[in-house]
Design a protein around this ligand. Structure first.
Ligand code: C2E
Ligand code: MG
Ligand code: MG
Length: 681
């Protein structure tokens, strides 16, 4: 339980960093503009924008850092509150806007009470405090709003929802503010009792370059790992760790150029190797997209995009290499320098200078660049197994989310369009819709064919069923594809592909001498609102040299068929062409009999929910008998779906069904297997 709770907090913090990524990205861009190590660039910018351009960009960076702190407090509070409410399945969690507002109030209290200047409060240095404020706010609000539920009968909803929500939030927000006040007052009192960190560092650092570099790299990596700006934290103890800038290298003190050039290398702890490792071993997905995005800033040693975007921050999977790689880089580079293989030139190199160039400049020889090459190569190699593990986890998690969303999308079928939803399912649905479009364009979709047989086990035709094998998530249900296509206004495009492909397959079967078989395919009720449907069908028939009686259109009954003139016109158009219509999934909806009046039906396919347990369920048997009697009277073929056993088939024959389809005979199979099936039958 405790472990789960800690995980919940860590994930909430990580989600916040990810949410704030646009801000980070903007800041990184501004930093890059400010420090781009290109000769002539700074003079050109001054010419273009005047001498104060750098100050303006610096202000933009400051603004981002300030917003980052308060943004983190707000985002952490919202995410913690949301995750806690989900865990306890709260019926009525507090609104995110109230949670965020409460975090903002607490953040302001922190600034006023800590006695810092406004500039100090609104800065990166306030990050750890902001995380704590966010956590505390989220936790208190969750507890308070749960407690409130028990006395909520005092606070009944009275027409104005906004007013109701605001009143509901008063008590939790005030409690969170009071708790912040008390905690801050106590913390201030206690801080006087804590030992001075400077004394602690000084005792360790007396042993020279090795301990300083190792300690610097640990401080840098560990602070970054927890989402705080390692480099800034490091600069606050810079005087203790490193010799003053401009002083020559000596093994008695830490040396900043060594640390920047060989340990940070591409951001923080040689993370350039992580990016290369991802690019080498992962082909698609989130990791590689972030890696590509992060490459340019990383080449200038700016690493936030990879740390927060991937994310490395708070990701236990990357902890080991993230700490281990820079330690190894320390051993190798300090070792090489101490062994006299590399020495430093007396040049100052801006920290944004790209690796290899910086190595060459700082040592004044190719040795520095070669050492950087080795370190990046080693980092790439060491990150590889972790990247693969992360990729496996990501793929599994994503597939699980997609499968979950797929079920939700299929269940939602009859309600609102899923692709307009704002939640995770909506995001996944929109992603899948884009991938479905690509799949159509790339020819990744297929049709499989399930045989239909008569009472004498002679094959009378096939039903074409859509198959979508997603490159990453494997086979996805055709119901999902059709629902997405319907919601995304591309059902006609998908339907047209199915019609063409099924007719082409039928033409190929004809060429092999199977003219007497019919080819059925499914059309969604929505396709019936397309005025071009009859034309599409007759064009497909013409193109493939088929006559209308060779194909059959199955219209599902489980979904309402729109009741309008367009649909009636489509039915009339199809009947004029002379194609046969089948009522699919008969018995699943509630308008079955009405539909029989609305258009001429050539076949009724009885749904699996009725046929499946015909042997044990008498009511179902009676319903099937009546449908069959009705069908026989009107000269309509009665097809039983989901026939899986011989006794079931025999019972269905006795009840009056004339055709059968189901796993007893065959599952839907690829076109290549149909001919084998026909030869064996
Ligand atoms: P449907 O048209 O009623 O197709 C029958 C479904 O039942 C198929 O599932 C088939 O694989 C499955 N099935 C057949 N025999 C058995 C059996 O004996 N036992 C069991 N458990 N299942 C059996 P599938 O292929 O997943 O298709 C599901 C639905 O998706 C179809 O139901 C149809 O409504 C829709 N669909 C499939 N392809 C298309 C298409 O190209 N266009 C449209 N609009 N809808 C399609
Ligand atoms: Mg069907
Ligand atoms: Mg069916």
């Amino acid at each position: 339980m405790l472990r789960d709770t800690v995980r919940l907090y860590l994930f909430a913090i990580r989600d916040s960093f990810i949410t704030l990524l646009p801000l980070t990205f903007f800041r990184v861009l501004a930093d890059l503009l400010r420090y781009l190590p290109v000769p002539g660039y700074h003079a050109a910018m001054a010419d273009l924008f005047g001498p104060r351009w750098q100050a303006a960009v610096a202000l933009a960076v400051e603004a981002c850092l300030a917003a980052w702190g308060v943004g983190t407090a707000i985002a952490v509070a919202v995410f913690v509150h949301r995750r806690l409410s989900r865990r306890t399945a709260d019926r009525e969690p507090m609104q995110s806007i109230a949670v965020g507002f409460s975090a903002l109030v607490n953040f302001m209290l922190y600034i006023f009470i800590s006695g810092d200047s406004l500039a100090d409060g609104f800065s990166y240095g306030a990050m750890p405090a902001c995380i704590l404020i966010g956590l505390g706010t989220g936790i208190i609000l969750h507890a308070m709003s749960r407690w409130q539920i028990s006395w909520s009968h005092y606070l009944t909803f009275d027409t104005d929802v906004v007013f109701f929500q605001a009143v509901r939030s008063c008590l939790p927000v005030t409690s969170a503010a009071l708790a912040t006040l008390v905690t801050l007052a106590l913390a201030k009192e206690m801080s006087a009792w804590l030992p001075d960190p400077v004394l602690f560092f000084e005792s360790i650092l007396s042993s020279g370059i090795w301990s300083s570099t190792i300690l610097a790299s640990l401080i840098n990596q560990i602070t970054w790992f927890f989402g705080a700006h390692g480099t800034l934290v490091l600069s606050s103890v810079e005087g203790l760790l490193f010799a003053p800038l401009g002083e020559a290298y000596s093994s008695a003190r830490g040396y900043r150029p060594l640390f920047d050039t060989f340990i940070l290398l591409g951001g923080s702890g040689c993370t350039l190797g992580l990016l290369f490792s991802i690019m080498l071993s992962v082909r698609e997905g989130g990791q590689v997209r972030v890696a590509r995005l992060a490459l340019i800033p990383s080449l200038f040693n700016i690493n936030e995009v990879v740390l927060f975007g991937l994310p490395v921050v708070l990701n236990p999977l990357y902890l080991l290499p993230f700490i281990g790689v820079p330690l190894l880089a320390t051993l190798i580079s300090v070792g090489a320098i101490e062994a006299g293989m590399i020495s430093f030139a007396d040049t100052r190199v801006p920290w944004t200078t790209p690796p290899l160039i910086s190595g060459w400049m700082v040592t004044g020889s190719w040795h520095g660049a070669a050492l950087q090459c080795v370190l990046i190569g080693l980092s790439t190699f060491l990150y590889l197994p972790f990247v693969r593990m992360a990729e496996r986890q990501r793929a599994a998690r994503q597939s699980e989310l997609v499968q979950k969303a797929a079920s939700a999308i299929m269940e939602e079928k009859k309600r609102s369009p899923v692709i307009h939803r704002q939640d995770d399912t909506g995001v996944i649905a929109r992603g899948l819709l884009g991938e479905l479009k690509q799949a159509i364009a790339r020819g990744d979709l297929e049709l499989h064919y399930q045989p239909k047989l008569d009472g004498q086990e002679t094959v009378v035709g096939f039903e074409a069923l859509l198959r979508w094998t997603h490159r990453q998530h494997g086979p996805l249900s055709p119901i999902l594809a059709v629902t997405l296509a319907e919601d995304g206004d591309m059902i006609n495009e998908l339907g047209a592909w199915v019609i063409d492909e099924a007719c082409a397959c039928k033409a190929r079967l004809n060429a092999l001498g199977y003219e007497e078989l019919t080819m059925a395919f499914n059309i969604s009720p929505m396709q019936l609102t397309d005025p071009d449907l009859p034309k599409r069908v007759s064009r497909a028939l013409e193109r493939n040299g088929l006559s209308p009686c060779e194909i059959e259109l199955e219209v599902t009954e489980s979904q309402a068929i729109p009741d309008n003139q367009q649909v009636d016109d489509a039915f009339r158009g199809l009947m004029e062409i002379g194609v046969r219509l089948a009522m699919d999934d008969f018995g699943m909806g509630y308008s079955s009999l009405l539909y029989l009046r609305r258009f001429e039906v050539g076949a009724i396919k009885i749904d699996g929910s009725l046929t499946r347990d015909v042997l044990v369920n008498e009511a179902n048997a009676d319903i099937i008998r009546s449908i069959a009697a009705l069908g026989q009277k009107r000269g309509v073929a009665i097809v039983a779906e989901f026939v899986e056993t011989i006794p079931q088939r025999d019972a269905l024959i006795a009840l009056g069904c004339s055709q059968f389809q189901g796993y007893l005979f065959s599952r839907p199979i690829p076109e290549a297997d149909c001919v084998n099936f026909l030869r064996k039958a």
